[in-house]
Design a protein. Structure first.
Length: 492
């Protein structure tokens, strides 16, 4: 257990001295109820302040506390951040449930007859009881405090080079501040949108029933995943995307594939559209788009994520608050003693990036010499069905980067495993090679197990394994990943 009292510097504005101050040195003071903002401002020096306890912040704060440092973790909402409460985990529970319905519907033609009757109730219940504890982070807070950390609930602001204020206290860090404040849903300036009761991912994962009809504004990973999950439960879903295809940052083939599958499943996809206005009355949303009007009972905005470096107070670090992201060096530092990790770094808005960066930052703070951060092989998976896994560069990015590019691709339905799989077998593998170096710099694996097949491709890109070595490898028959061999053969 880490004692703070002996280290605390108490700067009283006024008023009473709480009981714990008078108590013996070495006592931790964790009871937030004792902190009364109106009566005093407490200034406290600790080793590390972690501002924002997303997945990376929670991990780094816990590791540093376990290593014996005095650590204060601050979060305005829930310890663990977006992923467990509003993002990855509840959305993947929805998707797992939706996929089981889809598999049930595929029984006809493969294994007899099944009657599939969707019921959202088990999904809503599972998200409440198993994933989010009804959006209560007691377990996560205890996980951190049991490692010796102290948790402060409140919105923090950076007020000096190594100082953060939150919940009426000011924390000065002796060793480091870690910023892990993540992102918020971005709400585009569409006329009328601000005045209507739209959903973001936070309301969508909390749905107690699948809406009868749903408009999803944004066909990126989050929009596509949620659109398909609700559609499989019977919601009549329309997806409106401004880019020419779904999943704009990915290979165009991936967006095309998903568009085709969505159309087969009855999802109404509009790409390359500009939304003119949003209205809401009598429980119905109306979206004017390209001369027609799309209507639904719910409207989900999934148009990316935003940050606010100004509100965070990064100017107090001497940094420009105008950019969208903080740009850390390879040890995750953005200023002397100040580290940034997670979505706010713009290196990939994924839990695995946040955790990867957290490990580097924590090791560096502990005086170790971690390998510098590298981002040439960041894997990402859109958990639609088919899953779209990708790593590194797309073909267009590699060409724009001036590489001498060769690409190879193969249709998964023609592979042995794809043919056996039959319904639900759509997918492809696409490889992007730097022909001068003879290594893969990017890959996409779309299909029933696209995210799992991605692991081999991520290893190839990460370790820069020569394509000649990949060609000599033995790929198990009949697996989905064996199709990598066909894509290698197609490199030209
Ligand atoms: C619907 C959805 C699905 C997703 N699915 C996946 C997936 O399948 N796989 C994947 O890898 N990623 C997924 N993500 C992304 C993933 O959730 C994030 O990348 C992940 O949470 C890491 O974010 P982070 O570490 O930057 O912090 P976040 O999780 O964003 O947490 C930041 C924390 O900081 C707090 N905070 C912010 N500002 C302040 C402040 N000033 N003071 C105090 N506290 C503050 C917030 O309350 C929050 O708790 C998904 C996201 C969404 C929305």
């Amino acid at each position: 257990m880490v004692g703070y009292t002996e280290e605390a510097q108490l700067g009283w504005r006024a008023g009473r001295v709480p009981a714990w101050v008078a108590m013996a040195a070495g006592r931790t003071f964790r009871n937030a109820a004792l902190i009364n903002e109106e009566e005093f401002l407490m200034v406290e020096t600790v080793d590390v302040v972690v501002l924002g306890m997303g997945p990376g912040g929670e991990a780094a704060a816990g590791d540093l506390a376990e290593a014996g440092l005095s650590v204060v973790g601050i979060d305005a909402r829930l310890v663990g951040g977006e992923c467990p409460y509003y993002g990855c985990i509840p959305s993947k529970m929805m998707i797992r449930a939706g996929n089981s319905l889809a598999e049930g519907r595929r029984i006809r033609g493969l294994a007899g007859v099944a009657v599939v009757r969707p019921d959202w109730a088990p999904v809503a219940e599972r998200i409440r009881s198993e994933a989010t504890d009804n959006w209560d982070d007691t377990v996560a807070v205890e996980r951190f405090t049991s490692k010796g950390g102290r948790f402060v609930r409140g919105r923090g602001t950076i007020t000096g080079p190594l100082t953060v204020s939150a919940a009426g206290q000011e924390f000065t860090a002796r060793r480091a501040i870690i910023i892990n404040t993540g992102t918020e849903p971005a709400i585009p300036p569409i006329p009328g949108l601000a005045d209507v009761p739209y959903w973001t991912n936070r309301e969508a994962v909390a749905a107690v029933e699948a809406p009868e009809s749903l408009i999803v504004v944004g066909g990126g990973a989050i929009g596509a995943e949620l659109a398909q999950a609700f559609a499989r439960f019977g919601s009549k879903v329309s997806v409106l995307e401004a880019a020419p295809g779904l999943l704009p940052p990915e290979e165009p083939d991936a967006g095309k594939l998903l568009g085709d599958v969505f159309a087969e499943e009855g999802i109404d996809v509009h790409v390359g559209v500009r939304i003119e206005r949003v209205h809401h009355s009598a429980g119905t949303f109306k979206v004017d788009v390209g001369g027609s009007t799309v209507t639904a009972g719910k409207l989900l905005v999934a148009t990316g994520r935003t940050t606010n470096l100004d509100a965070l107070g990064v100017a107090a670090l001497g940094l420009d608050p105008a950019p969208r992201f903080l740009d850390p060096d390879a040890q995750m530092r953005i200023a002397d003693g100040v580290y940034a990790i997670g979505d706010i770094t713009g290196k990939g808005a994924f839990t695995h990036v946040s955790m990867y960066q957290a490990a580097i930052a924590a090791a560096h703070i502990l005086g170790q010499d971690p390998d510098p951060a590298e981002y040439h092989a960041v894997p990402r998976v859109t958990f639609t069905d088919p899953e779209i896994g990708s790593v590194g560069m797309t073909e267009a990015q590699a060409r724009a980067g001036g590489l001498n590019v060769r690409v190879g691709s193969t249709d998964l339905t023609t592979s042995a495993r794809g043919w056996i799989h039959k319904s639900g077998n759509q997918g492809f593998i696409k490889l992007v090679e730097d022909a001068d170096c003879g290594v893969l710099v990017g890959a996409t694996s779309a299909g029933p197990a696209g995210g799992e097949v991605l692991s081999a491709l991520t290893l190839a890109v990460h370790a820069r394994i020569p394509v000649s070595t990949l060609r000599r490898m033995i790929y198990a028959y009949p697996t989905f990943h064996r199709a990598i061999e066909d894509a290698l053969d197609g490199l030209e």
